[in-house]
Design a binder for this molecule. Structure first.
Ligand SMILES: Cc1ncc(COP(=O)(O)O)c(C=O)c1O
Length: 407
């Protein structure tokens, strides 16, 4: 399509790509990948603005006015996020995103716990987790911990009984995400966390896809550790947080200037922290309205697709699902052809943005074959999606599928 080889300036690249999309009102490809990331909202950009070059101090240096201002901005952001989540502000540790928050939670707690009890123990997670959970868990297995990866039911959900069946005498940590990034299903976290609490087992949840899209009250959920990301809720990329119960044993992943209670050393990116808090504030303010709009549009997308292509197979529960997610398998077409034909028209994905083109491990865990997993589409819509976008996407998908089938 275009080569970045000759472009040395990233803003020139953006202009070139946008020009390629033409001057029409409708931008192609249509944006149907809001679970990979979201555009930063104007309000968030405005909130961050002064912290790039006016209030540019180091939040850890309170010996001068600029540093004090930066520190106050970080303190305020921490309080705003804390009140959104119904937690004490001190329980938030800022990280570069949910990947780092997951790694800190899982590696940091497991290693601290093993040091405390003098041996590694048993861990549980679910096969449909994001690789930002699966990979640190598997790294812990290489360090000597034992790991059970449990399979969800056909609808993508797990129950407290599934967890209870996997418990061993020395299980000390469980990690189950709130909402799945590929199939959007929402796990019964409060019930799962309660099952763990009764046995003194630490419960971690990856809330990257849920925060800003579902109401989250950490006290009500009863979780011990929770990971957040800024860029899934119209905030900046490169920022997230780990929420941590204060009495939990935890070791840092690296060492340095002692920031974030010594658990995440390094200079705090003040503009990103401010933008993250602003994005969360807006997301909470608009949550009900946005959720209603997206549920309506998503249901319409599914219903209209079903009318034209009645043999589509829905992946994951429709009821226990994020409002902005749809994921289905298209029978009798080759996945590579399906994706190649749709690419110029609808910007969607086959699975996680981080799956490196392999057939989705999430869909495989639901029982889909590799061929079916490859011929599956994840469509995720956002605040800016319109009814026209839905109509155009339905038309495009139905035409591409029918053409491929008649080929
Ligand atoms: C469920 C889940 N966890 C973790 C991540 C990684 O988040 P981040 O990009 O903030 O590191 C993602 C991003 O796609 C995700 O969907």
């Amino acid at each position: 399509m275009y080569s970045t080889g000759l472009i040395r300036d990233s803003s020139a690249m953006v202009k070139m790509v946008l020009n390629l999309s033409g001057q029409s009102q409708q931008r192609y490809p249509l944006a149907f990948d809001y679970q990979a990331t979201t555009p930063c909202s104007e309000e968030v950009i405005d909130a961050m603005k002064p912290y790039w070059n006016e209030c540019w101090g180091n939040a850890s240096n309170r010996q001068n006015r600029l540093g004090l201002l930066a520190s106050a901005a970080v303190g305020l952001a921490r309080e705003q996020l804390g009140s959104n989540l119904n937690i004490k502000p001190e329980s938030l540790i800022f990280t570069s995103g949910a990947t780092e928050a997951n790694n800190l939670a899982l590696l940091g707690h497991a290693r601290a716990k093993a040091r405390e009890i003098g041996r590694p123990g048993h861990l549980i997670t679910v096969t449909t987790e994001h690789h930002a959970v699966l990979d640190p868990m598997r790294a812990l297995r290489r360090e000597g911990f034992r790991l059970s990866e449990i399979n969800p039911n056909a609808d993508g959900l797990i129950s407290p009984v599934d967890l209870i069946n996997a418990f061993k005498d020395d299980t000390f940590m469980v990690s189950v995400m709130i909402a799945n990034n590929e199939i959007g299903v929402i796990q019964p976290i409060a019930d799962l966390a309660r099952t763990c609490k009764q046995r003194g087992i630490t419960f971690h949840t990856d809330a990257a896809q849920a925060f800003g899209h579902l109401p989250i009250d950490i006290s009500e959920l009863g979780v011990d550790l929770l990971s957040l990301s800024g860029h899934k809720l119209y905030g900046p990329k490169g920022i997230g947080a780990l929420v941590m119960r204060s009495d939990l044993p935890m070791l840092p992943l690296y060492w340095g200037g002692g920031q974030e209670m010594g658990l995440r050393p390094g200079t705090i990116p003040v503009p990103l922290v401010v933008g993250f808090a602003k994005a969360a504030e807006i997301a909470m303010r608009d949550l009900v309205k946005r959720s209603e709009k997206l549920t309506f549009l998503r249901n319409r997308l599914w219903e209209e697709l079903n009318q034209l292509l009645p043999d589509l197979i829905l992946n994951g529960s429709l009821e226990q699902r994020l409002p902005h997610n749809l994921n289905f398998t298209v029978p009798s077409v080759l996945g590579s052809r399906l994706h190649r034909s749709l690419r110029p028209i609808v910007g969607l994905s086959s699975g996680s943005a981080c799956s490196n083109g392999r057939p989705s491990h999430v869909l495989r865990a639901l029982g889909r074959s590799s061929t079916q997993a490859e011929a599956s589409l994840r469509l995720s819509i956002g605040w800016h999606t319109t009814e026209d976008d839905i109509k155009l996407a339905v038309k495009a998908i139905a035409k591409v599928v029918n053409d491929l089938r008649n080929w």
